[in-house]
Design a binder for this molecule. Sequence first.
Ligand code: ATP
Ligand code: LTN
Length: 336
Amino acid sequence: MFKDKKIVFSGVQPSGTLTIGNYLGAIRNFTAFPEDHHCYYCVVDEHAITVRQVPAELRRRTYETLALYIACGLDPEKNTLFVQSHVSEHAELAWILNCYTMFGELSRMTQFKDKSAKHADNINAGLFTYPSLMAADILLYQTDLVPVGSDQKQHLELSRDIAMRFNGVYSDTFTVPEPYIPEAGARIMSLADPTKKMSKSDENENAVVRILDDRDAIIRKFKRAVTDSGSEVRRGEGKDGVGNLMSIYSAFTGKTDVEIEREFEGRGYGEFKAAVGEACADALAPVKAEFDRLMGDKKYLEDVMAKGAAEAKQNAARTMSKVRRKIGFIEARRPF
Ligand code: ATP
Ligand code: LTN
């Protein structure tokens, strides 16, 4: 398909208040693409219901996630910002792609294994086929690049395999997307258990720093972060906690490991943790202020959603009609 711009697509689930993992691993990089790229950023509410959600909270978090996109620097005039359930082509293509995705492939997904262990009372079919909906999100827009944290690499590999399989059967239909994973911040770990990914749906508030936490909470959470019994600020075996704090500090300040080691030589963990907290709180303060302003203007957020959905739908519909034709579906004549 002829494209005059590279296409970027990514999504975040409105399944909780976003963490610095979401920020450093994903959203901050959404603003990294120059103007010769067309960027789509979606609030993936259909993915969020693979885990049980309280309706009023899902609705509020959907507004919040969109407001955070904008507060983090995404200009709705320059990017297509929208809500997944507003563009019905996502669910439609997901069904079709389900028929080109193997049971064995889905069974190997680590996110499925983790989430089904965590929600053993609700291992629904949507949780299992989550990656086909994610592939649909990406492939609908002929996406070239997908900025995500490293935990999504396996899902992205599967999206590529599905695209190549479909193209192999029916001739070139989808662009095969590439992941775009940041060097610093690709995998931020929990502050309470640094062997586990920081996750917005974690119930332990001390494990996660949220983008919208106030300064005092941020500093307190870093102070309490689990480290080890040593005192040297450097990476090493048994030092996952310190290593994680070094990654966070590096992502916020741009300093390298060697520079960080030198800065905190002989100063102990207490001072280091305080510095990480300050750097994080400083970086997030303007985001929080802008977020608060935007949440006071629902009408504006709804205008952004409506404009984004209309733009997205136009391009999604083009891919859908190509897909239907290739598969052998009869294009419905409108009006019916
Ligand atoms: P949940 O707890 O509901 O599973 P989550 O915090 O894992 O949510 P997602 O909505 O699944 O967040 O992810 C949104 C984006 O943030 C993805 O690109 C994902 O790779 C990235 N991301 C999530 N957690 C981290 C993390 N700890 N470090 C770096 N990137 C992350
Ligand atoms: N599965 C992703 C969220 C997501 C996504 C996407 C990311 C849904 N669709 C398309 C990139 C592109 C997650 O972070 N859990």
